[in-house]
Design a protein around this ligand. Structure first.
Ligand code: ADP
Ligand code: MG
Length: 563
């Protein structure tokens, strides 16, 4: 610590590059500081540091991190604790550019696997970025002393030592996450695809704010006929709505909470922090939101179950386009979700192509079947379940035709769910036979991008991977638009996806396997070795995505050939 102090004082007022000399490791009374990367100037990407605390001295009871899920929950809690401590003790702006800023990556309402905090039996490591302070372009060594010698120890002391934290709050956080994880696992044995606990609060503060709506939110209450009870490891017995296998419809008038319920189910693949309102909402982990996404690119996807005999005999068994229509994009989104092994599709009429969802009697009378390339979902949704075991939850307020194919119909009335399956069945007609008998959903066609699509490094230069937002990934020459990939929720996931694509291109792209087999290996490697395997440097800004979102990024690349 003293040597760092002296170095910082000595470089005060020198050129900014003098900071390069502080890279290295320093021992503080309560932690070890490692300065891993020093920025080149005050406006550049900030410097990277990491702090490690002796796990025994930090003294978190072993039960708080003894299993993987508890450890991830504790890491999440500590990341948030550090963020709060930064708000409390760090002055912030101390000169030009990013001078004076401390930053740690944390999740929003979800609890994601990240690499900002890592807890193991020996050390608790926390990774930050900081803006080394400058006056103009000169090193402000005295300000740096204030940051590293004064502020940083206060931050670490307040957030990484058990005795200085609210033990009640930590326990609640860890137990709540563990419960949600257990709930998700229970779904399989209970024969369900989703569960929404009584008293869950589903509406959000706004369309762009994922925090709960505080005022006038009506708590969820399951109708008796669809209620199930689960025993969670910490909370004990919890009652709620169980959504079973097969086809479930969510109906109800406009503005009665249908999309809000579906959104909660989409996010139910992730764990949520206590107080979110959705911490006891769980969906099976491979559930995929499927929507229309016109103008996306499609590469060799077999959309023939939905779209056939296109004008001019265009192939739909290995369908490619740089500019999909609403219906072709929605078809491709379903087939790609099947490739990744989904067992539950989540579909909202608000974001679907009408002609993909239904085709009524009068339209059939006017436009003969052989003139219509689209077989709408209503004629395929039972095939999906019977042939592939894939269930669906469909929000459909606009057409009763779906009564014919539904197993369960839930009506939302002023945000409250009612079981109207019997009434809907009384109105249903015998199921219209599918137009093509026999097996519709075959095993997916094997496909992968040509090796050069994903290794765009030129003249031995490193591939450029950049994120400009959660839904905006730059990978080499490819600008990948993820704006319609709704279950991608954190920029740390997007960063990981960029790095994982590169890792895939280096390890598995040329092995002759298809895309998804290769990506599954990438996911398995992450599981085994952690997010750090994707970066040659120590970074703390990554979060774990699902296979589905990783594949979604590659599937949306516009340029290049696939085979
Ligand atoms: P729909 O899809 O049926 O048209 P939405 O799900 O979009 O309806 O919900 C309409 C509005 O009602 C939204 O502003 C939403 O935040 C709000 N809302 C949804 N569920 C609840 C609830 N349980 N309590 C209070 N407001 C809710
Ligand atoms: Mg809606």
């Amino acid at each position: 610590m003293d040597s760092l102090h002296n170095k910082l004082l000595a470089l005060d007022g020198k050129g900014y590059k003098a900071y390069k000399a502080i890279a290295g490791t320093y021992t503080f009374p309560a932690f070890t500081l490692s300065i891993d990367h020093v920025q080149g100037d005050p406006f550049a990407t900030p410097s990277r540091i990491s702090v490690s605390v002796d796990t025994r001295k930090a003294a978190f009871p072993h039960e708080l991190w003894q299993t993987d899920v508890r450890r991830v929950a504790l890491e999440d809690f500590l990341g948030r604790a550090i963020r709060h401590a930064i708000d409390r003790f760090v002055k912030g702006h101390r000169g030009s550019g990013g001078s004076g800023e401390f930053h740690i990556s944390t999740s929003g309402q979800q609890v994601l696997v990240r690499n900002a905090i890592l807890v193991n039996k020996d050390i608790i490591e926390a990774r930050f970025t900081l803006g080394l302070p400058a006056q103009g372009r000169r090193a402000a060594g005295r300000e740096a002393v204030a940051m590293l010698i004064d502020e940083l120890p206060k931050v670490i002391d307040a957030s990484l030592y058990y005795q200085n934290l609210d033990s009640q709050q930590i326990r609640q956080h860890v137990h709540s996450v563990e419960d949600q994880d257990a709930l998700r696992h229970w779904l399989q044995e209970a024969g369900l695809v989703a569960f929404v606990a009584d008293n869950a609060l589903l509406p959000r503060a706004s369309g762009v704010d994922d925090r709960p709506l505080r005022k006038d939110a009506l708590p969820f209450k399951a109708p008796e006929s669809l209620a199930r009870t689960v025993t969670l490891p910490n909370a004990g017995e919890v009652r709620g709505l169980g959504i079973g296998h097969g086809v479930t419809l969510i109906v109800g008038g406009g503005f009665h909470g249908k999309s809000t319920l579906l959104h909660a189910l989409e996010r139910g693949v992730y764990n949520h922090i206590p107080g979110d309102g959705r911490e006891r909402v769980a969906t099976i982990e491979n559930a995929v939101k499927v929507r229309a996404e016109d103008s996306r690119a499609i590469s060799r996807v077999n959309i023939s179950p939905f779209i056939d005999h296109l004008p001019f005999g265009r192939d739909t068994v290995a369908f490619s386009t740089e500019n999909a229509s609403g219906s072709t994009s929605q078809a491709a989104n379903i087939i790609e979700a099947l490739e990744c092994g989904t067992q539950l599709l989540l579909i909202d009429e608000d974001t679907s192509a009408t002609n993909f969802m239904i085709r009524d009697k009068r339209m059939q009378a006017l436009v003969a079947d052989d003139k219509e390339p689209i077989t709408p979902l209503i004629h395929r949704v039972r095939d999906l379940y019977q042939q592939r075991g894939v269930s669906s939850v469909i929000v459909m307020g606009g057409s009763g035709d779906y009564f014919d194919v539904a197993d369960t119909v839930i009506m939302l009335d002023a945000y409250q769910p009612h079981d109207v399956t019997q009434q809907a069945r009384a109105l249903a007609k015998p199921v219209t036979p599918t137009t093509t008998p026999g097996k519709i959903f075959d095993e997916p066609v094997s496909r992968r991008p040509d090796a050069n699509v994903l290794s765009p490094a030129r003249a031995n230069r490193e591939v450029k991977i950049n994120t400009r937002g959660v839904h905006d990934l730059l990978y080499g020459e490819h600008h990948i638009d993820l704006s319609q990939v709704e279950q991608l929720i954190d920029i740390g996931q997007t960063r990981s996806i960029g790095l994982m694509i590169y890792y895939f291109s280096q390890h598995y792209a040329a092995t002759g396997e298809n895309l998804i087999q290769g990506l599954q290996k990438v996911m398995a490697d992450t599981q085994r070795h952690g997010l750090d395997i994707f970066s040659p440097y120590k970074v703390g800004n990554l979060a774990l995505p699902r296979l589905h979102e990783l594949a979604a990024a590659i599937n949306r690349i516009r340029e290049g050939q696939w085979q």
